[in-house]
Design a protein around this ligand. Structure first.
Ligand code: URA
Length: 437
């Protein structure tokens, strides 16, 4: 078999066989196929697409390209959640303990932030002492004991995805539905949970800019998961506006705790309830309504927060920060951005807000950058809010740079209008595998 024939075939829009895909993944991993041939193939996929069957075969080959996690010892109730990436998305910090406090089994591998999106592992590492690397046995025994463990992705999980993603990132070949679907689902399948809830983001801060392409991606990912015997649901959710008010690692952990305390921002709380209800419904076989009622009770009686305390302690973190989030160190400099006009905040270009947070030190431009855990943004106004000239729009926080240097980038992420914009929708649709879905 020759790689040039495989590229030629995809260039002409033909479907690959399993043997061809296996050949490609093996050559990618052992280096016998050079990067320039792989990227030529990736570009052909961007233009010509892949059939559902090809996408499923590619996903399977990537999922088995390295280690896989066997969660079968934890029973059939294991459940995972994956967000396609966003700004201010701290839902895992709420959902993981919430679902575990209600009998769900959450053995979760999360990612780090890159570019304008944040990552759960970085957020957790803003809690002093929190360890995001656990040996396999400890990961499983902690999940068995307290229902939840959250770690970074193990070194040799889906190495084919790691290589492909690195090439896609620098060759403008990220935004292809079969490539995104296979990349995400290969990691989810390798991570082992029986039930998977996907949070597919839509809007200016997401890969998918409109609901219909997000639906297509969600349907592809769900079909791949089901073909591998997993229960999969997908929520299509708004990323035209950052989630909650806080962006940046320690700021987001504190905001997640406010949700567990019952006084978090409404959009964030509502999305956490929807995702957690779907996770419980899928994994425990209860109705979404019952699951939601239980979630509300676990927030009100403190059991969800208590489970976060247990999770942090179990992974070596200082749980006093969870009990008393005012202990998180504040940035050494805070700059207030004021509104340049009267009217309404009409639109937020969420990716640019994420870029502003990264400029302040909350994110990485490249993998080796060191994060300033205190850095970030607190939004005081969001899309749809009435604004008055001179009023505070947001505070920019940093201990690494002068925060006013990011003001112009932040303001360039906002549009103002005289008329009130149409209200935002938080959840566009739920494609559910749950019993009452
Ligand atoms: N997240 C992933 O893990 N892979 C993609 O291709 C896009 C988003």
């Amino acid at each position: 078999m020759r790689m040039t024939d495989i590229i030629e075939k995809k260039k002409r829009g033909l479907a690959h066989t399993r043997e061809e895909i296996d050949f490609l993944i093996a050559g990618l991993l052992d280096g016998s196929i050079p990067d320039y041939q792989v990227t030529a193939w990736l570009m052909a996929v961007c233009f010509r697409g892949m059939t559902d069957e090809e996408t499923a075969v590619l996903t399977d080959a990537m999922a088995h390209s390295g280690d896989t996690v066997d969660l079968s010892a934890l029973g059939d109730g294991t459940v995972d959640k994956h967000s396609t990436g966003g700004v201010g998305d701290k839902t895992t910090l709420v959902i993981a303990p919430l679902v575990a406090s209600l009998g769900g089994t959450v053995a979760k591998m999360s990612g780090r932030g890159l570019g304008f999106t944040g990552g759960t592992v970085d957020k957790l590492e803003s809690i002093p002492g929190f360890c995001t690397e656990l040996a396999r046995e400890r990961f499983l025994s902690q999940t068995r004991n307290i229902g939840v463990a959250v770690v970074g992705q193990s070194g040799n999980l889906t190495p084919a995805d790691k290589k492909l993603y690195a090439l896609r990132d620098v060759t403008a070949t990220v935004d292809s539905i079969p490539l995104i679907a296979s990349s995400i689902m290969s990691k989810k399948l390798a991570a082992g949970a029986r039930s998977i809830v996907l949070d597919v983001k839509v809007g200016s801060g997401a890969f998918m800019k409109d609901v219909e392409s997000a639906r297509l991606l969600a349907e592809k990912m769900a079909a791949i998961g089901r073909a591998s015997g997993r229960r999969v649901s997908a929520l299509l959710t708004n990323m035209d506006v950052p989630l909650g008010h806080a962006i940046g690692n320690a700021l987001e952990v504190a905001e997640a705790i406010s949700v567990l305390d019952g006084n978090g921002p409404r959009d964030l709380t509502e999305l956490c309830l929807a995702l957690a209800s779907e996770m419980l419904s899928l994994s425990l076989g209860i109705s979404r309504e019952t699951a939601r009622a239980r979630c509300l009770r676990a927030l009100a009686d403190g059991s969800a927060k208590h489970t976060l305390v247990k999770l942090v302690s179990a992974q070596g973190g200082d749980a006093s920060y969870i009990v008393n989030p005012s202990k998180f160190p504040r940035a050494t400099a805070v700059h207030t951005v004021t509104c340049p006009c009267d009217g309404y905040l009409a639109r937020m270009y969420t990716d640019r807000i994420g870029i502003t947070a990264a400029m302040l030190g909350a994110g990485r431009q490249k993998k080796t950058d060191v994060i300033d855990m205190t850095a970030g943004i607190v939004l005081l106004k969001k899309t749809g809010d009435r604004v008055v000239r001179g009023e505070a729009l947001a505070t920019l926080h940093s201990s690494a740079v002068a925060p006013d240097t990011a003001e112009n980038t932040f303001l360039s992420a906002l549009d103002f209008s005289h008329e009130a914009p149409a209200p935002q929708t938080l959840i566009y649709d739920i494609l559910s595998d749950a019993a009452d879905g």
